[in-house]
Write a protein that binds this ligand. Structure first.
Ligand SMILES: Cc1cc2nc3c(=O)[nH]c(=O)nc-3n(C[C@H](O)[C@H](O)[C@H](O)COP(=O)(O)OP(=O)(O)OC[C@H]3O[C@@H](n4cnc5c(N)ncnc54)[C@H](O)[C@@H]3O)c2cc1C
Length: 368
């Protein structure tokens, strides 16, 4: 492009691409710059789970806006988004109490399931102690390892759009974005670099207390049966606000502190999703710091593997890959919307819900 692009988006993760889609839908020209030769950040390392039902308030509104956009984009770009719903498995009365309370409050979104119904969704017939569960009807799934690349290719193929990989953004002087491959004239820049905000705008990262949350993940061999929904367990009920804000959640936490200090010690969210090839994405643990150690603790992987095998009701679950995921985290707010300079915007999801809300964030907070 010889003329200035209307919008230059920095970062080809889900947040950057969501803003590129929004720019296109508004009839604007857009250039996306991504420092790597393909996106390999948080957006490909996660479960691919849009946890819509698990949100409340503002996040729930963003999640529903995003859900619409995932389904709409699926039609336009063939992303493979699937309205599978989620399944919360209850293995104790304290877990079932949380689900019953939520189902009573949100009957259209949360449907209780019997123990037999839950077991029928799990390859090994589920754990012996399954007492019931709930279907989380609004949840969606994508395959994170292909969806972001497909979305980038789709954006790049649109008139007035371009995605430039291998191009690192260095700064904006008001008319030109400076990159590792030279300047790009732009009317506006939207920075969507996730946890690397401190590399570009350290004062903004400090002001908003943006740190890195590191998570251990693993991929397990195909358990030999189809698992359609994203599967959540007790620790998920302590994490996502729709569950954690029920009055029953206090008793669940007390019981988990007594029975499962090993899971709480690694701040686990034991959950899994199945990829199209049958393998399971299983996770995860959480550790937050400004700079995180890259080393994976084998004991953490084993805790997550063993707990997943128990929930599935299988004797053997073979791990075939391990990796660390990192996302931006702030104790102040779940996402950051900032305009640090004229015509320069920053959009970062600062909690573990970027796959759930990115498209909603772009729709509601696209800079004018
Ligand atoms: C293990 C794990 C599990 C998760 N599970 C879920 C889940 O189940 N549901 C959910 O909703 N969310 C989940 N999340 C959170 C979600 O993945 C993130 O919130 C989301 O992917 C953040 O997207 P992003 O585009 O901001 O970041 P990223 O995907 O990290 O993208 C940022 C991009 O910016 C690029 N970049 C950085 N600096 C520059 C520069 N100077 N110039 C050019 N490019 C640059 C990077 O290379 C990167 O590609 C999970 C995250 C992890 C790590």
């Amino acid at each position: 492009m010889n003329t200035a692009t209307d919008v230059l988006v920095v970062g080809a993760g889900v947040v950057g691409l969501a803003h590129a889609v929004e720019a296109l839908d508004r009839g604007l020209t857009v250039t996306v710059v991504e420092r790597d030769s393909r996106a390999v950040g948080a957006s490909i390392r996660n479960f691919g789970h849009a946890c819509v039902t698990g949100q409340t308030g503002d996040l729930a509104e963003l999640a529903h806006l995003a859900r619409e956009r995932w389904l709409d984009l699926d039609g336009r770009a063939g992303l493979g988004a699937r309205a599978t719903g989620g399944l919360a498995v209850a293995r104790h009365a304290t877990e079932l109490a949380v689900l019953e309370e939520l189902a009573a409050a949100r009957p259209g979104e949360v449907a209780l399931r019997t123990a037999d119904e839950v077991r029928s969704e799990l390859p090994g017939g589920g754990a012996d102690d399954v007492v019931g569960g709930a279907a989380l009807l609004a949840d969606l799934r994508v395959d994170p390892r292909v969806t972001v690349a497909r979305l980038a290719a789709w954006v790049d193929a649109q008139d007035g759009a371009e995605v430039r990989f291998g191009t690192a953004y260095l700064g904006f002087d008001g008319t030109r974005a400076h990159t590792s491959r030279g300047p790009i004239a732009a009317q506006r820049v939207i920075v969507c670099v996730g946890h690397d905000l401190d590399h570009l705008y350290p004062h903004l990262a400090e002001e908003h207390r943006v740190e890195r949350c590191a998570l251990q993940m693993a991929r397990a061999a195909d358990p030999g049966a189809v698992v359609t929904p994203a599967v959540l367990t007790a620790t998920s009920l302590l994490r996502y606000p729709a569950f954690a804000e029920t009055t029953s959640a206090a008793a669940l936490r007390t019981r988990m502190e007594a029975d499962r200090p090993d899971l709480l010690a690694i701040d686990a969210n034991v959950m899994f999703t199945q990829r199209p090839d049958g393998t399971l994405l299983i996770g995860d643990s959480h550790h937050t710091e400004r700079t995180v150690e890259p080393f994976l603790d084998e004991a953490v992987t084993e805790t997550l593997r063993a707990e997943t095998a128990r929930v599935l009701g299988v004797d053997r679950l073979r791990i075939i890959e391990r990796w660390q995921g990192v996302y931006a985290s702030s104790p102040l707010h779940p996402y950051l919307v900032a305009e640090p300079e004229e015509r320069l915007s920053v959009r970062i999801v600062t909690s573990g819900v970027g796959m759930t809300i990115a498209h909603g964030l772009a729709r509601r907070h696209f800079p004018n």
